[in-house]
Design a protein around this ligand. Structure first.
Ligand code: NDP
Length: 248
């Protein structure tokens, strides 16, 4: 499929896991992709090189999404290089878990800063060029835990629920400019983020998945590519849950 030919995309947290799969999928569908990471620029570079080696167009960029300065520079670089922005995927995320009673305020701040404020800063930077073009796609990666809550993840679930409210507000504010904003909420996807979970907990999570297997980063990437494409032109303010049936 070549649904994203000549489109320009930024994928935050594109250096590994779900973001890496999203970067590859958008590039495979024809988009030029800026692959962003805060600490693992070398891995973002490897993703960009892999895309280019397959004939795609990609750029690896360092930016901490919780820093307004970094986000400003990230968007300036992309706009200077490619002249516009069609697709923003807010995928960068961290988890710092702890029961509500014990969660350290510093961990709360760090999780909210990356997962929620980071998306807000990137959306704010994306809106101007998208409004000028009278088109754009914003896709925010939340989580099923933002819909269900999850013991031990007060900060993370607050951020992921917040992302849904933020996306719906953006969808309403930007609809008249033909910019859509949607959420993809993944279920359990084995990545470096989830590999630290105890085996027992992983088994318990899988018991809640009717399809019986964990998801793959590519499953999330397919949903993102759909929402970024012309096939989703009439979809905005929605939460697309990709979880093997876990939430229903
Ligand atoms: P990973 O930990 O594998 O990857 C996280 C990515 O985010 C990395 O590229 C990381 O790069 C980047 N990142 C972290 N902090 C920042 C920052 N401050 N600025 C910019 N980039 C940053 O996670 P996953 O691939 O598993 O998760 C991707 C998204 O999907 C996250 O938002 C996560 O919450 C969500 N999700 C994941 C699920 C799962 O089961 N895996 C389930 C539901 C949602 P670097 O370290 O270099 O900054």
């Amino acid at each position: 499929m070549n649904r994203l030919k000549d489109k320009t995309a930024i994928v935050t947290g594109g250096s590994r896991g779900i973001g890496e799969a999203i970067a590859h999928r958008l590039a495979d569908e024809g988009a030029r992709v800026a692959v962003c990471a805060s600490r693992s620029l070398d891995r973002a570079q490897a993703v960009a090189e892999a895309i280019e080696s397959r004939g795609g167009s990609a750029l690896a960029l360092q930016a901490d999404v919780s820093s307004a300065t970094d986000v400003g520079e990230l968007f300036k670089t992309v706009l200077d290089r490619w002249g516009g922005l069609d697709i923003l995927v807010n995928n960068a995320g961290i988890a710092r878990d702890g029961l509500l009673m014990r969660l350290k305020p510093g961990d709360w701040d760090a999780v909210l800063d990356v997962n929620l404020k980071g998306a807000f800063l990137c959306m704010q930077a994306a809106v101007r060029p998208m409004m000028r073009a009278r088109s754009g796609r914003i896709i925010n990666i939340s989580s099923v835990t933002g819909l269900m809550g999850n013991p031990g993840q007060a900060g993370y679930t607050a951020a992921k629920s917040g992302l849904i409210g933020l996306t719906k507000t953006a969808a309403k504010e930007l609809a008249s400019r033909e910019i859509t904003a949607n959420v993809v909420a993944p279920g359990y996807i084995p990545t470096e983020m989830t590999e630290k979970l105890p085996e027992q907990l992983k088994e318990k999570i899988l018991e809640q998945v009717p399809l019986g297997t964990p998801g793959k980063p590519e499953d999330i990437a397919a949903a993102v590519a759909f929402l970024a494409s012309c096939d989703a032109a009439y979809i905005t303010g929605q939460v697309l849950v990709v979880d093997g049936g876990m939430v229903m």
